[in-house]
Design a protein around this ligand. Structure first.
Ligand code: PMP
Length: 352
């Protein structure tokens, strides 16, 4: 070992889903939206003045922050934007979890949480989901350094209503509670309506799923202005210009494209419900997912076998082999109706 290597910060990183470079494939492994962004977003993208790239973008991200503030009827000082919700969540962990007490998040949830906790040396505990993969709210009643809940949770897709979220908030008034709502638009009511009642609540959302813009990398959080100030101070202590120029303009357009957004959500939700019915007919058990993916295990054919069989046909889905409790489940993103029909046919061949 070379002497300087002992100073390296070593960490086991998060491993994102595969992004294969194939012309023809059915990509159902990273919860992207199968439909393109809104026509006005595509138009705005073409109108970005490339000559203006010589200038730094607006560090305050005002056009995007304003669009989001209008949309959610909150003040601009209650909105923070970042490079995907991963960036926002990472900043939030760094900003709000600086206690000796462990932060709490479920044992089965977004696999990035323990990575940020390790990176920032935040102690954490991971209470187990119950036998139906539901979060046991009582596990979050004990003293802690903060709470993180994904709602709907990933990769189970299970959604808890706002009474549940409020219960967690009621029992955790002395720490920051982050609710990661990456999939909320496919599910139900957002906790954003609780931010005035609970000043310690931070709600994080993304343009990657419901707004078909994973490639643009836009995420945001909404919360009390004092929280937003702290997270902005951290951002300005790290990188003042997180949002690139085009993301600000096309992001603002995306927020305004309400009719297209709603239409897309309806299509994906209908297809999700059909997918659950079809997979059950093929011998799967499925959670009651309210996200843009389903979480399904076959009664006899192991997930790894199904995954490989599908991969050979250029159909990509995701499996979490490392965790024994969910290693036999596949997480399948909802694609177009045509894509899902091809998936069902491929699975039928394998399991029947
Ligand atoms: N939270 C959850 C629960 C997710 O599944 C994802 C997607 N990997 C993210 C946050 C991050 O998404 P993005 O950075 O694209 O906004």
């Amino acid at each position: 070992m070379r002497a300087w290597e002992k100073n390296f910060r070593k960490i086991e990183p998060y491993v994102p889903g595969e992004q294969p470079k194939l012309d023809k494939m059915i990509k159902l492994n990273t919860n992207e939206n199968p439909y393109p962004p809104a026509p006005d977003v595509i138009k705005a993208m073409k109108e970005v003045n490339a000559e203006s790239l010589r200038l730094y973008p607006d560090d305050k991200a005002d056009v995007l922050v304003s669009a989001l503030a209008d949309y959610y009827h909150v003040d601009k000082n209650q909105v923070f934007v970042g490079v995907g919700s991963d960036d926002v969540l990472g900043m939030a962990f760094l900003s709000f979890f600086n206690s000796d007490k462990p932060i709490l998040f479920p044992d089965i949830t977004y696999a990035f949480y323990p990575v940020w906790a390790n990176l920032y040396k935040i102690p954490f505990e991971t209470p187990a989901l119950d036998e139906n993969f539901r979060i046991r709210k009582e596990d979050y009643y004990k003293e802690n350094g903060g709470v993180v809940i994904a709602n709907p949770n990933a990769p189970t897709g299970l959604y808890e209503d706002l009474t549940f979220v409020e219960d967690i908030l009621q029992h955790n008034q002395d720490v920051i509670v982050i609710v990661d709502e990456a999939y909320i638009d496919f599910a139900g009511k957002s906790a954003i309506e609780l931010i005035d009642k609970y000043e310690n609540l931070l709600v994080v959302q993304t343009f990657s799923k419901s707004r078909s813009m994973a490639g643009m990398r836009i995420g945001y959080c909404i919360g009390n202005k004092d929280l937003i100030k702290v997270i902005n101070d951290i951002k300005y202590s790290y990188n003042s210009y997180t949002m690139n120029l085009s993301s600000l303009y096309v992001g603002a357009e995306a927020v305004k494209a309400e009719a297209y957004f709603k239409e897309n959500l309806t299509k994906i939700i209908e297809e999700r419900e059909r997918t659950i019915v079809e997979l059950k007919k093929l011998g799967f058990t499925c959670t009651d997912s309210k996200a843009n993916f389903v979480f399904a295990a076959h009664k006899t054919v192991p997930a790894a076998e199904l995954l490989e069989m599908l991969k050979k046909q250029n159909i990509f889905v995701r499996n979490f082999a490392k965790n024994p409790r969910i290693s036999n489940y596949l997480r399948i993103t909802i694609g177009t109706r045509e894509e899902m029909d091809i998936l069902f046919a491929a699975i039928r061949e394998c399991v029947m």
